[in-house]
Design a protein around this ligand. Structure first.
Ligand SMILES: Nc1ncnc2c1ncn2[C@@H]1O[C@H](COP(=O)(O)OP(=O)(O)OP(=O)(O)O)[C@@H](O)[C@H]1O
Ligand SMILES: [Mg+2]
Length: 313
């Protein structure tokens, strides 16, 4: 595992507005890193700085050890990226587009072109004009294009925008394979927590230009897991079950005659559940199922972290 991207105390102002504020971040090869934040948080701005599209005011950025200011060419040789819509010639085929692009990069062989086309699953449609492509196919072509020069870092700004669920899933598989099998550092931005949860190994949460937290997806989910848990009970009599819960000092929410929910908080959820279930049994309440109510936990964590930050800065 090597350091891929390193940002040290990076700040960026647009006029008087500071849109990226003292950002420090390190990502590694072999991981999918998610850059998560609400609209206007500074994701695209940060990504533009990383791929050399705009300059920054303070701090330092390096890619695979090469400083983007002192060693621009070397740093950029390790980066592939799509920011906003990838540039494509619609009257050319997918393959012609890739060849055109390859001419601008050193050392891209026909073999490599075939390889990336295969990788993004476009082999069957690569001889068609881009004007006949769907949005998802253009996204794939964009990913193929940004991989042509074997970058160690692939940066994609909101790559799943506009894709259907099947397309999102396929892109997710492509990106995870790139990271985990080809040891690329894949960095994606998004404001969709549920998606990041499935796609990323780690996420960094950015709000108003500040990086609030960097954690593994697992940790982020666990953070909320420890503090609250909702359980759904299917029983033969919700009213009697509610009475038993009340005796145990546990409030419940009646859903209908046979269903109710409780919310447990604190560290000893399992203990409490064991106790409650035993009490139900002893009181002769028939329990059919007990199931945790799946909330989108990462989303909860995200909203908790960005509390009150609903206005665009
Ligand atoms: N060229 C620019 N000139 C002035 N302000 C800009 C410019 N580009 C971005 N901004 C401002 O910087 C802030 C961050 O924008 P940015 O595009 O980085 O957000 P984002 O996190 O990518 O949001 P979104 O989820 O909406 O894409 C916003 O307040 C935006 O208005
Ligand atoms: Mg953006």
């Amino acid at each position: 595992m090597e350091t891929a991207i390193k940002l040290e105390h990076v700040s960026k102002n647009f006029g008087k507005r500071r849109v990226v504020d003292d950002l420090c971040l390190e990502t590694h090869t072999g991981e999918v890193f998610g850059f998560l934040g609400p609209n206007g948080a500074g994701k695209t701005t940060t990504i533009k700085m990383l791929v050399g599209l705009i300059d920054f005011d303070e701090g330092e950025i390096s890619v695979c050890g090469a400083d983007v200011r002192r060693d621009f060419e070397k740093a950029m040789a390790n980066v592939g990226g799509i920011v906003e819509n990838p540039e494509m010639y619609r009257y050319m085929t997918g393959l012609q587009n890739l060849r055109q692009y390859a001419r601008m990069r050193k050392g891209v062989t026909e073999e490599r072109i075939r390889e990336v086309v295969e990788l993004v699953g476009l082999t069957n449609r690569i001889h068609e004009k881009v004007s006949k492509y769907s949005l998802g196919m253009r996204q794939r072509l964009g990913v193929a294009q940004s991989l042509l020069h074997h970058p160690k870092v692939l940066i994609l700004d909101e790559p799943t925008n506009g894709l259907d669920p099947a397309g999102i899933r396929e892109l997710r598989d492509i990106l995870r394979n790139l990271a985990h099998r080809e040891n690329v550092c894949v960095m994606v931005s998004s404001h969709l927590m549920s998606e990041m949860q499935l796609m990323c190994d780690r996420v960094g949460i950015i709000v108003k230009g500040k990086l609030l937290q960097v954690t593994s997806v697992e940790e982020l989910i666990n953070q909320t897991k420890g503090t609250a848990g909702r359980y759904h009970y299917a029983v033969d009599s919700a009213e009697r079950a509610a009475e038993v819960f009340r005796q145990a000092g546990q409030e419940s929410l009646l859903v209908d005659e046979r269903h109710l929910e409780i919310t447990l908080s604190g560290e000893c959820m399992e203990e409490t559940l064991l106790k409650l279930n035993r009490m139900l049994f002893e009181a002769g309440v028939g329990v059919c199922t007990v199931s945790p109510v799946e909330t989108q936990r990462l989303e909860d964590a995200f909203i908790e972290l960005t509390k009150g930050e609903t206005q665009i800065a």
